[in-house]
Design a protein around this ligand. Structure first.
Ligand code: B3K
Ligand code: ZN
Length: 855
């Protein structure tokens, strides 16, 4: 497949200021009649080139005249039309088949609905068009459909007309006054019910809000509606940006390749990010709904009003919008806990990506298939890079930079460079060296060494940075690394003020005066930079910080580092002292001044995969054994505490308040330790929680605890859960996922069986991710020494690639981490990648991921 390069960008040859689309909708055959007003862009003689993917032109007209077959040609899937003038009207007619569209890109059927997904390059599967984000058009959409099957017809912008047609059909017209790229086009047709509400903007305009779902799901839309209204108010308050159309609609669909899509005025969502009620959604699901609703809403400014010039600029909208949704969620709940969660996600997904064969800068230089670049790097690392700018500028100057960016580029297709320049000018800062964060891949490592002179009382902190080599980038330049830092004086137990240290050179020293004794280092507080800190801090120092650091993230980090040191030491066969960890856990868990939600985060053991990331060579069995043993030890030593917490956090009725959520989180950690202790009544306590819970958070967490054990209660609980929820797809996903994530020696065989279960299907991406996506994240099970785990995932990728390459390709990266495993596992992982690549007709999505993974 061809490689597209950022340096090859050229402005479009033809612009399309206006586009009229006429859809004659039907699941088997939909006719799309498009009328494009085209305008030559610059002085050139090149023909009009309209992208198409699997389309056959049934009619081509220019200025009302039908062209003979000699008047146009096809090149790949594209339609080429030589034109003589500078402005023309071009019409095409195509016939597409939504019901057989298994890629879920373009116009497809989900349940009884017809819906679209166009980003990044799905619009070319609907009609011939210059499918690139820098061609912006005003859309006028007409849809005609069977009224009984599709009583609701939605598109972007505002509704401008509707009426009855012949033979039980009806029609609707929508007009979007804001010029937009075609990736933001959407339509939905179906039998939908509406949760209708309204919002008055800061300038006093009333916006009609609608969340559209099937009738039975209406009671599950309240949380999404609240999140939408909170987001609208937040963007006005924090960024001064208000909504710009008279209606804002959201539709939930069951079959969707990712989370949701920010189509102008008509967001389309994976139903898992809309539907929530206590019986079926966990607290994490509720937070997911809030965060994704906000994310898509915020795109109306960061993405739609200002869009991307080309797909290499994807982080311009995604990194910034993730940063915005993270801050929104923090404001809605706990800043400390949100930051911990976001860093956990960054480390689990992005640090792994940055350390492997698929590493790329947040602004990539090339791609085969753009769908493969909707990555944790572009999204989550992209957000961290905006966060560093916000930290360096402070809130007022950051807001001034954002204002300049939005005002200057409103209505345009912009670049990352445009954003950085607006921050420089609006925020009055020089970001010359900082731009390397857009160019260099890899997670910087910062070695921190603290030296103390008892005679002068000076403490000298020496910081040395190194960015590891990544594919295509053997040598790296020093980055700008802002590090929030404090030095704790052991004499007083406190520090005399945090400083923002700017590490800009390969090595730099900072001196601090007035320490009679050597201070304790608290660095990268709040995780101010997305880097790995290497500092030799004793277990005693870490224990002190875990109890006294006034930055909650640093406190959490000290606690986790304590645990990591013990676990990594155990795996390496070194003698370790578990007592410091256990004392620190007791200290934290019993501190009445701490938020229970924070405690739950801080006392949980680091994930097996995170432990693997700390080692040059990952030994999944040894890591599992060490973590399991420490968990048991903590369970045994503090058993009365776990019993007490578990009993104490039992709620009287369900609430969604931060306090109630925190109590549930802590209760679930306590249950895990209690069961891990091996106490005889552990499984029975878990089963009682499972059985009596009035909410999914407690039920699923008890189920997960049981699923990782070998009690009789295990089978019973899984069976009850399955039958209770067998007609709710989102909850059934949890049943698959819980088993795929279980720490159980037979997980790999179980997953194989579940792949043949009657409720399993490759045609629903949520179901695939619930089983195979979760399984591939279960380090111990996936890396089973037999290699069976690798084979299962490879088989799934190969089968799914024939239906849905985009979702298939997302399962490939775990197989690409072979360099970090022993020779036997590495050989088996490579063999699976090679077997995948040998499959005839393999998509370019999977080809790109698998071939890069072998390098
Ligand atoms: N912009 C979409 C993602 C589209 C993914 C295409 N492969 C959702 C989001 O980030 O808001
Ligand atoms: Zn986004």
């Amino acid at each position: 497949p061809a490689i597209i390069r950022r340096s090859d960008y050229r402005a479009p040859d033809w612009l399309v200021p206006d586009l009229a689309l006429d859809f004659d909708l039907d699941a088997a055959h939909t006719r799309v009649h498009a009328t494009l007003s085209v305008a030559r862009n610059g002085a050139h003689g090149r023909p009009l080139r309209l992208d198409g993917d699997g389309l056959v032109p049934l009619l081509v007209r220019v200025d009302g005249q039908e062209l003979t077959p000699e008047g146009w040609s096809m090149e790949g899937g594209a339609l080429i039309i030589p034109l003589t003038g500078d402005a023309h009207s071009v019409e095409t007619l195509v016939d597409i088949a939504p019901a057989s569209n298994s890629k879920l890109m373009g116009l497809y059927a989900s349940g009884g609905l017809l819906c679209t997904q166009c980003e990044a390059e799905g619009f070319r599967r609907i009609t011939f068009f210059p499918d690139r984000p820098d061609v912006l058009s005003r859309y006028h959409v007409r849809m005609t459909a069977d009224k009984a099957l599709y009583p609701v017809l939605l598109s972007n912008g505002d509704p401008v007309g509707q009426g009855e047609g012949a033979d039980g059909r009806h029609w609707a017209e929508w007009r979007d006054p804001f010029p937009k790229p075609c990736y933001l086009f959407a339509l939905v047709a179906g039998d939908l019910a509406c949760n209708a509400d309204s919002f008055v903007t800061m300038s006093g305009r009333e916006v009609r809000l609608g969340i559209w779902v099937c009738e039975a799901d209406l009671p599950r839309t309240a949380h999404a509606m609240k999140a939408l209204k909170d987001s609208m108010a937040w963007d006005e308050r924090v960024y001064g940006r208000e909504y710009d159309l008279d209606v804002f609609n959201i539709v939930a669909v069951a079959d969707f390749n990712f989370g949701a899509m920010e189509n102008k005025g008509l967001n389309i969502f994976n139903s898992r990010y809309i539907l929530a009620d206590p019986e079926t959604a966990t607290d994490m699901d509720y937070d997911g709904v809030e965060g994704v609703v906000a994310h898509e809403y915020f795109h109306n400014w960061s993405g739609n009003r200002v869009t991307c010039r080309d797909w290499f600029q994807l982080s311009l909208k995604e990194g910034f919008t993730v940063f915005r949704d993270q801050n929104f969620s923090a404001d809605m709940g706990s800043h400390a806990v949100k930051r911990i969660e976001d860093v956990r996600i960054l480390r689990a997904a992005q640090f792994q990506e940055d350390a492997g064969p698929l590493a790329h800068p947040i602004r990539p230089e090339s791609y085969m298939e753009i769908s493969n670049f909707y990555t944790s790097t572009v999204y989550n690392k992209g957000a961290e890079i905006i966060r560093m700018m916000a930290l360096m500028l402070g809130p007022e100057r950051f807001r001034a930079g954002a204002d300049l960016y939005f005002d200057r580029h409103d209505g345009q297709a912009a670049t990352c460079e445009d954003f950085v320049r607006a921050m420089e000018e609006g925020g009055a800062i020089d970001l010359t060296q900082f731009r390397r964060w857009y160019e260099q891949a890899g997670t910087p490592r910062v070695a921190a060494r603290l030296a103390h002179d008892p005679v002068t009382g000076a403490a000298t902190l020496t910081l040395a940075q190194a960015v590891p080599p990544t594919p295509g980038q053997p040598d790296k330049q020093p980055m700008v690394i802002p590090l929030r830092t404090a030095l704790f004086d052991p004499a007083t137990g406190s520090h005399s003020g945090e400083q923002l240290l700017m590490l800009t050179q390969a090595e730099q020293s900072f001196t601090f005066e007035g320490f009679a004794q050597s201070p304790l280092l608290s660095i990268n507080r709040g995780f101010s930079s997305p880097v790995i800190i290497e500092s030799e801090r004793s277990q005693a120092d870490l224990a002190f910080l875990s109890a006294h650091d006034d930055d909650p993230f640093a406190r959490y980090e000290a606690m986790q580092q304590l645990m990591v040191n013990v676990l990594v030491g155990t795996v390496a066969g070194q003698p370790v002292d578990e007592s410091t960890v256990i004392a620190a856990i007791r200290q934290t868990a019993t501190n009445p001044a701490l938020d229970p939600a924070f405690i739950a985060e801080a006392i949980r053991l680091p994930a097996e995969a995170y432990l693997g990331d700390q080692m040059a060579m990952v030994d999944p069995d040894a890591i599992h054994a060490a973590r399991d043993a420490l968990q048991q030890r903590i369970g045994v030593e503090l058993e009365p505490l776990w019993r007490d917490i578990h009993a104490r956090t039992q709620a009287n009725g369900f609430a969604l308040s931060p306090a109630a959520k925190g109590a549930r989180a802590l209760r679930n950690v306590a249950l895990t330790y209690l069961v891990a202790s091996g106490a005889e009544d552990g499984p029975a306590i878990a089963f009682t929680q499972f059985d009596r819970a009035d909410n999914m958070t407690e039920r699923q967490s008890a189920l997960a605890t049981l699923a990782s054990g070998r009690s009789n209660e295990r089978e019973a609980a899984l069976d009850i859960f399955y039958h209770r929820y067998s007609d709710d797809p989102l909850v059934l996903d949890k049943w698959f996922q819980t088993q795929a994530l279980a720490f159980h020696p037979d997980t790999v065989d179980l997953v194989e069986e579940l792949g043949r279960h009657k409720a399993f299907t490759l045609s629903n991406p949520n179901r695939v991710r619930a089983l195979y996506g979760a399984f591939a994240a279960n380090q111990w099970a996936f890396h089973h020494a037999s290699g069976k785990g690798y084979r299962l995932v490879a088989d799934c990728i190969m089968a799914l690639d024939r239906l849905n390459p985009q979702t298939a390709a997302r399962l490939a990266p775990p197989l690409g981490r072979w360099k970090r495993f022993d020779a036997s596992r590495a050989a088996m992982m490579r063999a699976e990648l090679e077997r995948i690549l040998a499959q005839p007709g393999l998509s370019k999505d999977v080809t790109e991921q698998a071939s890069k993974s072998l390098e």
